[in-house]
Structures are given as C-alpha cells and as structure tokens.
Design a protein around this ligand. Structure first.
Ligand code: ATP
Length: 208
C-alpha cells in the first residue's frame, strides 16, 4: 500500500521552508512520495501574486532533482475554488489503495475546522502538522469542534525554517536578495520572468 504525502499551498514562490518540511515528513512518516499541489484559487486566501503557470513552473523547477517529490496539477486543472476535499476525492480515484497524509504548517492548523466539508475530508486523509516559527501547535484546541478530526492529526518535528513566501515577495519587490532562501532554479525563474516586481510607478526600496 503506497503511503503518500499531499502538500497543498500557494507556492508563491516555493521556498526552502516548504522543501525542508516535505523531506522531513517523507522520511519521518516513511512516505513513498510527497505530492506538491499548487492551488488554483485558495478558498481562505486573497488572490495569488503570480499566474498559475508561473507557480506551477517554480514548483516543477524546485523539485526536479528529487524523484520522491511529484508535481500534482489536479487543482490547477480544476475550475473554481481549490477545495482540498475535491483533490483527495480525485487522488483516491487515481490511487484507490494508497493512504494519504495531508501536510500543513502550524499556522494553518487553526483554520482546519473551517475547511470545506471537513468531516468528509477527515475520512479521506490523515493530517500531518509541522512546526513553523511563530505558530504553536494545539491539536486539541484545533479539533475541539470537529469530532471527525479526533485521532486524525499527527505532528511532525520538521526543521522550522523561518521563511515565508510573503517575506520573499517583499524582499524581491524591494530589490533585496532572496538567494539561498529558495532553490537556484526558482531564483533564476523569478529573475528571468521579472516576478514580484514593484507596481509601475512605485520605486523599489533599493532605489529610494
Ligand atoms: P504566504 O507567506 O504567501 O502565506 P507561505 O510561505 O505560508 O505563503 P504557502 O504556499 O501558503 O506558503 O504554504 C503552504 C503550506 O506550507 C502551508 O500549510 C504552510 O503552513 C506551510 N509552510 C509554508 N512555509 C513554511 C515553513 N517555513 N515552515 C513550515 N511550514 C511552512
């Protein structure tokens, strides 16, 4: 029976915080592979800062050298909000005998009870919560109102790298360096495609 991690997110851009988490959960929970699932439209987030095509390309570039990491385009191919429950239903159809662990950072845990059709989702996957600087992990509090989540959440002591996509976007916009915070091919993609540049008419911090 295949054991698969499912790592959903904006990946706007993907960075070493994501990759360190994916590798840690893969090894600690003996997962065969981790599927990276860029969202088309995240239900609980404002719109993305780059196109789906750019975010897809950055994820592909970031994981190209790791056969245990796989790009999953289910959400990019689906219209409408990217509900995790729909993704897990599709994954079960594609891999009927696999077991799934949905990976999420500690900051996302408190919103879990509000996810679309959470009772059904909890039947389709277990959850793997990883530490993240600045966010504590209180599984009991997060699951208090949703009986279906009881016993379905594991915690993984992944390396807690203090990197966020928000901070990386801001650094690029300000003309500051993001090198060594994300893989070189992702860095090259951002530079080549002029991503996260200041809006026209607004000078970068470095120009002020
Ligand atoms: P943003 O700053 O734009 O909100 P992000 O860096 O949180 O982005 P997402 O793509 O939204 O990245 O995150 C996808 C998943 O990865 C989420 O579950 C998030 O909690 C987790 N995650 C992101 N960065 C880290 C990190 N440094 N350590 C642990 N988990 C992380």
């Amino acid at each position: 029976m295949r054991r698969l991690g499912v790592f959903g997110g904006s990946f706007d851009p993907i960075h070493y915080g994501h990759l360190a988490v994916a590798e840690a959960v893969r090894v600690d929970f003996a997962l065969d592979q981790v599927l990276f699932v860029p969202a088309a439209q995240q239900p609980l987030k404002a719109s993305h800062h780059t196109s789906a095509a750019d975010r897809r390309a950055m994820v592909a570039a970031a994981i190209a050298d790791n056969p245990n990491f796989v790009l999953c385009e289910l959400e990019l191919e689906r219209a409408g909000p990217s509900y995790t429950v729909d993704t897990l239903l599709s994954l079960h159809q594609l891999e009927p005998t696999a077991q799934f662990w949905f990976v999420l950072g500690a900051d996302a845990l408190s919103s879990l009870p509000r996810w679309h059709l959470i009772e059904q989702l909890a039947q389709l996957t277990r959850f793997l919560v990883v530490q993240r600087p600045g966010a504590s992990i209180d599984v009991a509090a997060a699951t208090a109102g949703v009986a279906a989540l009881h016993g379905r959440i594991d915690v993984c002591a992944a390396p807690a790298l203090d990197i966020s996509a928000t901070e990386l976007r801001q650094r690029v916009e300000q003309g500051r360096s993001v090198r060594y915070l994300l893989p070189d091919p992702v860095h090259a993609y951002i530079v080549t495609h002029h991503l996260y540049q200041p809006m026209q008419g607004q000078p970068a911090q470095a120009d002020l």
